[in-house]
Design a protein around this ligand. Structure first.
Ligand SMILES: Nc1ncnc2c1ncn2[C@@H]1O[C@H](COP(=O)(O)OP(=O)(O)OP(=O)(O)O)[C@@H](O)[C@H]1O
Length: 250
């Protein structure tokens, strides 16, 4: 059946006029601090604008690569979309259940066991206890860390952390999945498994936003590339074209 081009796929993420600033406090020596206090000088702060008026619409079912060199604002944008950071200006709307794998193990508590953290993290990602219970075996099996599941996660290696965090996130059945550098820590077999799972999510119509410095991999995986430079969107196109521009080939 032919689709009516006037009926657009619904929006999954809308970013409207997003500005995000960070404030730094200058670190002074004790002598400088006393001198400033004597002069009744105010605390010196610097402001850095990490995202400058970012506007984006991502539709349901799109797989988007967020590209840019170090410090261009990719992680900050993902954190704003996921709600970990609050925008200074502008608005962000997300439709559906969102799962972010942004800072590996960010939602994990070091003193709790892997098992306890699955429940904690699942709840943070919006799952009910019954949902987590129903998927617990699958989550642990995917992570392949069965024998360590009752150990406190502070004794986990970074790869083990990633395995459990990724596994919980993909089993929350998200509508929108945000992924930041997932492939940086896992070993090769697990990377392949993560990619297969991401492809499955994509095939089932989920919306994905992926940050990775593995440009060939994301360009092949995604159907759209958004390039950030110094907190500004400078290109929004077919991902291979964006990668060519990053490499100075386009
Ligand atoms: N919590 C923070 N406090 C102060 N500055 C920050 C903070 N988080 C990010 N920044 C700054 O914002 C800018 C964008 O950082 P961000 O981590 O979003 O970049 P990125 O594109 O993800 O980089 P990378 O490719 O290195 O991961 C950087 O200059 C960074 O120093």
């Amino acid at each position: 059946m032919a689709t009516d081009p006037s009926i657009e796929t619904p929006e999954a993420i809308v970013v409207d006029g997003l500005v995000k600033r960070f404030r730094f406090r200058h670190v002074h020596s004790l002598k400088e601090t006393v001198a400033r206090w004597v002069r009744r000088a105010t605390v010196e702060t610097d402001e850095f604008t990490a995202l400058k008026d970012v506007n984006l619409t991502i539709r349901q079912g799109e797989t988007v690569a967020l590209l840019g060199f170090n410090g261009s604002g990719k992680s900050t944008l993902l954190k704003c979309i996921s709600g970990v950071l609050t925008p200074d200006e502008g608005q962000i709307g997300v439709r559906g259940r969102i799962a972010g794998l942004i800072e590996v193990g960010a939602g994990f508590h070091p003193d709790l066991t892997g098992r306890e953290n699955v429940y904690l993290n699942g709840a943070i990602l919006g799952m009910s206890e019954a949902e987590i219970e129903a998927r617990f075996e699958q989550i642990v099996a995917f992570s392949e860390i069965e024998e360590f599941i009752d150990q406190e996660v502070k004794f986990y290696s970074s790869g083990m952390f990633l395995r459990l965090a990724f596994s919980v996130a993909v089993h929350t059945d998200p509508d929108v999945f945000l992924v930041d550098e997932i492939l940086a820590v896992g070993d090769e077999p697990f990377q392949r498994k993560c990619l297969d799972r991401i492809r499955e999510l994509r095939a089932s119509g989920k919306t994905l936003v992926i940050v990775s410095h593995d440009l060939n991999m994301v360009a092949d995986l995604c159907d759209r590339g958004i390039l950030l430079e110094h907190g500004v969107v400078v290109m929004d196109d077919e991902p291979h074209a964006v990668v060519r521009r990053m490499r100075g080939e386009g």
